[in-house]
Design a protein. Structure first.
Length: 499
């Protein structure tokens, strides 16, 4: 079916901008500058009227929002107004507004911000609408919105101009409503369990708390280089030493690493620490938090993510890393005692250790999991007992000193969170920091640094503590059913566009 092409669709952006600027100039000449408006009192929103028509029928209302369409009927217009809650149809008639006001309304453009007063009614076709008695231009749009038949579909443009994306793709808002609801849920969940929310420094003189490449900046007054934090861990554990036994922080993390559908250089985590708990308690807590979030936000334990149907009902699988490798690759690292044997076992399944990593038993096991097993994990699965070599802040396993009391949760091939029984032995911790510092000197930019003050804190005594870090963005991706992290960050990091 063909449709009428609007005049603006045949013009380029610069021409449209000029025409709209000329309209603005005429408004200003007539002392009708829309940008002098301040507040506008509205008494209703679109969706509350549409959802409860019987209560609003024939009642006077005042609405405000963006003009999304206009349909000229000669002596009348039908139009669509979009506000914070949704859309509603307007009926604008010359007999109600008068010739002058109606003539002004005819000149308004799609995208203009308007206020309307009128009464609620239902048209002969059954559509709930507002019969306008007065209209006011509140703000002028100088650029056209993408036309509705093609919309805004280019991903780069959507992410660069999120403000336009939100206007013309209303479903995008739902994703960010889920994000907001999840963060509220996390806070409520932890607050009810006696956790205290805190804030810790974003700028640090040392990079620590994770294995990641940091961003480096310079403090002019102190004349020193500083690092944007790659984790909140070390400061939060200092607070546990200080007696805050249940503590958490929701905050932005910065890592100067690759970008793909699951990684953005800045992202949001919640890290939490509980004295006198261990990694088993953290597994129970994480499962309860995420499953209850799904139930509360989605109304079901079922989610669809990355093409797979996922069940988030409690009772998630728990496998050690060695068990997962044995299950999926058929090789058992636990009887192996030497690094040489472990490297040979890894090669037997097609796994080589990266050149910047030490050729150890722990790295061989870890690389087998990362390269061959991780992508096989679809349903929620806790992978526990990670090697000491890749877990510099986790307590050693009481069963096998090569391993640590650590887990990561995987859903649909993606890591959702990381947790430890925290290492609280200052002597062991110092030795591991030294090992990390040696690796950094050898060229491993992701290795940690020696943090002498953190060692001092441990020397005052850190209780047995369970710690957990959760990727907020990935959890939102799961709940919203979107496959790219850029869909859940309002303004993701992008390469500057060419001018």
């Amino acid at each position: 079916m063909s449709r009428e092409i609007t005049p603006e669709e045949t013009q380029d952006i610069s021409e449209i901008r000029q025409i709209r600027r000329e309209k603005l100039a005429k408004l200003r000449e007539g002392d009708r500058d829309p940008f002098i408006n301040t507040r506008y009192v509205r008494t209703a929103y679109s969706e509350e009227i549409k959802q409860n028509f019987e209560a609003w029928a024939e009642k006077d209302v005042s609405l405000a929002g963006r003009l999304m369409s206009k349909r000229d009927m000669g002596k009348a217009f039908f139009a669509d107004l979009q506000d914070d809650k949704g859309r509603i149809q307007l009926y604008v008639r010359v007999d109600d507004l008068g010739e002058e006001a109606f003539g002004e309304f005819k000149k308004w453009d799609i995208g203009d911000i308007v206020g309307v007063e009128g009464f609620v009614f239902r048209t002969r076709r059954g559509e709930i609408s507002v019969h306008c008695k007065a209209v006011k231009l509140l703000s002028k749009s100088l650029l056209p919105l993408p036309e509705k038949f093609h919309g805004l579909t280019d991903l780069e443009t959507r992410y660069r101009q999120r403000y336009v994306d939100l206007i013309v793709n209303p479903e995008v808002r739902r994703t960010f409503e889920i994000r907001s609801a999840f963060i509220r849920h996390v806070r409520g969940f932890l607050d009810k369990r006696g956790y205290m929310e805190v804030e810790t420094p974003v700028l640090n003189t040392l990079s620590g708390g994770a294995t990641a490449r940091p961003f480096i900046t310079h403090h002019n007054t102190l004349d020193i280089d500083m690092f944007l934090r790659i984790a909140t861990e070390l400061h939060l554990k200092r607070l546990v030493v200080g007696g805050i036994e249940r503590v958490y922080e929701i905050g932005r993390i910065f890592r100067n690493e690759g970008m793909d559908t699951r990684h953005n250089p800045e992202f949001t985590t919640v890290e939490l620490y509980e004295a006198y708990a261990d990694f088993n308690d953290m597994m129970d807590l994480f499962e309860a938090l995420l499953s209850s979030a799904a139930r509360e936000i989605l109304g079901t334990y079922d989610a669809v993510w990355q093409g797979a149907r996922v069940c988030l009902a409690p009772g998630w699988a728990r496998l050690s890393m060695a068990e997962a490798v044995k299950k999926h690759l058929g090789v058992d690292f636990m009887p192996v005692r030497t690094d040489k044997e472990a490297l040979a076992l890894a090669r037997s399944v097609g796994v080589e250790i990266p050149g910047n990593k030490e050729k150890t038993w722990g790295n061989a096991l870890y690389e087998c999991f990362g390269q061959k097993v991780e992508d096989k994990l679809i349903q929620p699965t806790f992978i526990t007992l990670h090697p000491v070599d890749v877990s510099p802040l986790a307590k050693r396993s009481r069963v096998d000193a090569r391993l640590t009391e650590r887990f990561e949760l995987f859903i649909c091939r993606s890591e959702m969170g990381n947790a430890f029984s925290e290492l609280n032995d200052p002597i062991d911790q110092k030795q591991r920091f030294r090992k990390q510092a040696e690796l950094r000197q050898k060229g491993d930019a992701e290795a940690g640094m020696m943090d002498d003050d953190f060692i001092t804190a441990l020397e005052y005594g850190l209780p047995p503590t369970g710690g957990l870090g959760i990727g907020i963005d990935r959890c939102v991706m799961l709940l919203a059913g979107v496959d790219s992290i850029r869909e859940v960050i309002f303004f993701p990091t992008l390469k500057p566009s060419e001018v």
